[in-house]
Design a protein around this ligand. Structure first.
Ligand SMILES: NC(=O)c1ccc[n+]([C@@H]2O[C@H](COP(=O)([O-])OP(=O)(O)OC[C@H]3O[C@@H](n4cnc5c(N)ncnc54)[C@H](OP(=O)(O)O)[C@@H]3O)[C@@H](O)[C@H]2O)c1
Length: 272
């Protein structure tokens, strides 16, 4: 294990950083894989033995990864502790641990507030919340962080687009947006399965649907906020096929339902 050297920038220091992960689940594993394969992270990574197949796989695939039985050993060894357990597990897990004031705690748990984290992880002072998504494993996608974290920016920008959030109201808005993931996949899957049911081989249908959605999503990246709002209209041929689907879905109330679901997520998360 390498000893940390003293550098004048966070960017240089991170090469020797020691990073601990408590909660080696779906998103925890994706995060670590992204950092180590796409993020060129060269420091040490300590993961908990829980979800043993994942932790064993990580240690087998990357010699920087060590597996620990005790969460306290992970905390003791780490400069940055990433918390990725389920919301209902957070309080028990953190309260059972002793943090240092100089550590960074990055919680990627969807619903636990900075105040609760600060109470439970005292005396740790540098506490942040983030929302990575599974494509972090490929080094892409947004990485919202609250409050803004200059000390993490260089590290996180290697595995995604860092979106700095000033307060937890902004974080809440982003958390609602993050709940659109499964809905998006369902739209891609419905498009592919319809094409398959109506005659296209399954492989071609999947290729077409995923490649089309990828291209469309990519084309939104350069759009400014106003342009984004009008993209659905500007791509329409009057009386054309896309117009029929868009207007039909609007008439059926599909987009209103989507907004209603977003309200539901916001209300649910506001209770925390
Ligand atoms: N999945 C996503 O796309 C996503 C995206 C952003 C944020 N999140 C957030 O990330 C968190 C984890 O989600 P997930 O989907 O990755 O769930 P998950 O796969 O169930 O992961 C939870 C992990 O926590 C471990 N764990 C539970 N208690 C523990 C303890 N006392 N000590 C150490 N590890 C413990 C579990 O181990 P065992 O399997 O051994 O119980 C499991 O590996 C959630 O809070 C979620 O809100 C998820």
């Amino acid at each position: 294990m390498k000893e940390p050297l003293i550098f004048c920038s966070y960017q240089a220091k991170e090469i020797f950083m020691k990073l601990g992960l408590i909660g080696t689940g779906i998103i925890g594993e994706a995060f670590i894989r992204g950092l180590l394969t796409k993020g060129t992270f060269e420091g040490d990574v300590f993961v908990s033995t829980r979800s043993e197949s994942r932790s064993t796989r990580l240690a087998k695939d990357f010699n920087q990864v060590s597996v620990f039985e005790q969460n306290q050993d992970i905390v003791n060894q780490s400069e940055i502790v990433i918390l990725a357990v389920l919301p209902e597990q957070v309080e028990d897990v953190i309260r059972g641990l002793t943090f240092r004031a100089d550590q960074i705690l990055l919680s990627i748990v969807s619903s636990i507030t900075l105040k609760s984290l600060a109470d439970w992880a005292h005396p740790c002072e540098k506490i942040f919340r983030g929302i990575p998504l599974p494509p972090i494993e490929k080094g892409i996608g947004p990485f919202p962080i609250c409050p803004p974290a200059p000390e993490l920016e260089s590290l996180l920008s290697k595995v995604g687009t860092v979106v700095s959030l000033e307060n937890e109201d902004q974080f809440l808005s982003v958390a609602v947006g993050s709940a659109m993931m499964a809905m998006f996949y369902e739209v891609v899957a419905t498009t592919a399965s319809y094409m398959e049911e109506t005659g296209l081989p399954a492989t071609s249908a999947a290729q077409y649907a995923s490649s089309m959605m990828h291209a469309l999503a990519d084309s939104t990246l350069d759009a400014d906020p106003a342009e984004l709002q009008s993209l659905s209209e500007t791509c329409l041929t009057p009386g054309g096929l896309n117009e029929q689907v868009l207007f039909g879905l609007r008439k059926s109330g599909w987009y209103d339902s989507l907004r209603g679901e977003m309200d539901g997520i916001k209300n649910r998360l506001s209770k925390y």
